[in-house]
Design a protein around this ligand. Sequence first.
Ligand code: BGC
Length: 776
Amino acid sequence: MKQYIQAEEWNIIEEGFDPHLNKISESIFSIGNGRMGHRANFEEQYSGETLQGNYMAGVYYPDKTRVGWWKNGYPEYFAKVLNAANWIGLHISIDGEELDLGHAKVTDFKRVLNMKEGYLERTFTAELNSGKQLKIKAKRFCSIADDEIAALHYQVLPLNFEGTISITSFTDGDVKNQDANYDEKFWDEVSALTENENTYLTLRTKKTAFEVCTATQTTLFKNEEAQLLSSASGAAQPKYISLTGEVFVKQGDCIDVYKVGAHISSMNYDKSELQMVSRAALDRASKKGFQQLLKEQAMAWLAKWEESDILIEGDVAAQQAIRFNIFQMNQTYTGKDARLNIGPKGFTGEKYGGSTYWDTEAYCIPFYLATAPAEVSKNLLIYRYKHLQKAIENAEKLGFNNGAALYPMVTMNGEECHNEWEITFEEIHRNGAIAFAIFNYIRYTGDQSYLQEYGLEVLIGIARFWRQRVNWSTDKNSFVMLGVTGPNEYENNINNNWYTNKLAAWCLKYAVEAAKMVQQATPELYQKIVQKTKLQEAEEFSDWINISDKMYYPYDQKEEVFLQQDGYLDKEQLLVSELPAEARPLNQKWSWDRILRSCFIKQADVLQGMYFFEEEFDLETLRRNFNFYESRTVHESSLSPCVHSILASRLNYGQKAYDFYLRTARLDLDDYNNDTEDGLHITSMAGTWMSIVEGFAGMRVSNNQLQFNPFVPQQWKSFSFNINFRGTTLNVRISAEEISIKNYAAEPLAIQVLEQAYLFPPGEKTINIKHADKVY
Ligand code: BGC
């Protein structure tokens, strides 16, 4: 854990330059706009430790799988998001001496991520070995108002010398992924072109043949007077393009470099048009200029904050943290393109390959449902519909048939990318999360159109998979599911994971219910789906219901808890509180064998199921299971604390709920797990939001109605948040005494507070909740 980020409500601030923290800061200060994103690498040369990272959403490379022992069914490739051309590059040298923070003496270093307006700023003074001192101010952003554009303003002030500054503005596409399986470079050059102050570098990915044109326009000013830039002389380097300007300066002069980057990919345009589209983007941006682009950025962020901000009174660190989480979620996914999704590291690192996991459906969708128009979450669901055929093929590879669909655990293009058999073949609960997200979307929005147009086909494929994946046990007189891995990846190849069985049984019933809903609402469409999927309604439905009704669920009579899997209690029963501090985190300190045999749990498993299906369990059942499993859980997945926080809130374990919340909220800002340098835990950031809105505020949607069961952590005076519910924007403010809901719509809205129904007319209405306990 490191605590060097200063707490401020709207800004993330690092003061002082510590090279040891640089990779962590590069992750924390990352910027993006849903279409692209960059780590907070320095613009100028840096010879110290750095992880270069520039990413274009959806542009991937299928890196050949590397495993020691091949197993039938393994994917051939691991599709990974690519490190793309670095467009921010500037070489700054004074009389031939290069500015490099790896060698210079750096003072007054300050890095600020302005979350309110969406830009990254860095200021410092550098003294070169020659004693020459410069003051630098750099500001850049990825525009969310025009998501093909990013812009940079870099200012140089000579402090104590006169001499010649040479500035080379470059785009470097000769980059590679650190996690490349065979140390290969994934890009080939298509063309490099310079036109006055514009450069165009077009690269093509090997195998996938995506083309990306990274175009820049650099303008250089001395004391606001434009200076000449020319193509760098010397031999052309491959996958690299640059422009150089030289200016004589003395103390008191001011050099401004403006650089606009247009990032245009063949995902959106014909390959023959990339340069033309880039030129148009640069023209568009240069007409506006940096300041205007920045203003538009601030306006666009203002609109995002109006939809999604959470205000916490009385705790600056918590306020900063939740805004950071919301900011990163909104930088990563904007919901404009149903081909894109949310990698666990977003645009902040290579780990997890930028691919899609069940994290999206289980954690991210609730955030976007409440903080963005319904189309945003709908696009995430359509993403899975687009991959349905691939999911059917994936299941076929494993021996399933009749349209059974097994969605991949990790994917970029619908194909499975993971190649650990215990995850690829066994962690099949992901199928359930995808079905649950469809249910969740309909429950929250009331919109059945996704189900009719796409979702029912997905549910049929998933139900068919579960139908074939279970088998009848004469011994147990029930259906069982053997050889699975639950969300707790610290157990593999187990039988009857309670969570997976529960989810499967639910999916089977929900698929039938969904079919009936579509049949009733749009009978013609329904018939088309029946034909397309060759659905044998009577036979398949009764089969699914029968399995669902006769599913086996392991249970322990003595502890009165659902058992995570058959035989869980055969393990030596220890508690996390008995583990010595040196043993943690287990995944770094213990052998895999020891972890597998221990009773310790990586992340919410039974409790994940109780979170999804909470209406089925009374509070005492939840309490027994929570007490039992929480004390055995090490939370070595960042997805774990938020589910525990929400359940702890429900159980009125206020302090526990708050402690779990803190673990997710500042996970990256304080580098809790010593891994922030690899990138941020983007998908668990949605969980932080859930801990507040579903946990502390107790927000639920049931029977088409919003409900709140609120409390305020003792450490806060109050908190408030904006949500969007079925076209109505609401501001909800909760203190220890009252809940106030501001209804921005013209119509009143019925909402339940602590199980009592109220009508909230347009405007604000306050209800006293002092001394009231949560009720469910
Ligand atoms: C977790 C998975 C998760 C993945 C990506 C793993 O550590 O166990 O549940 O999907 O990380 O976030």
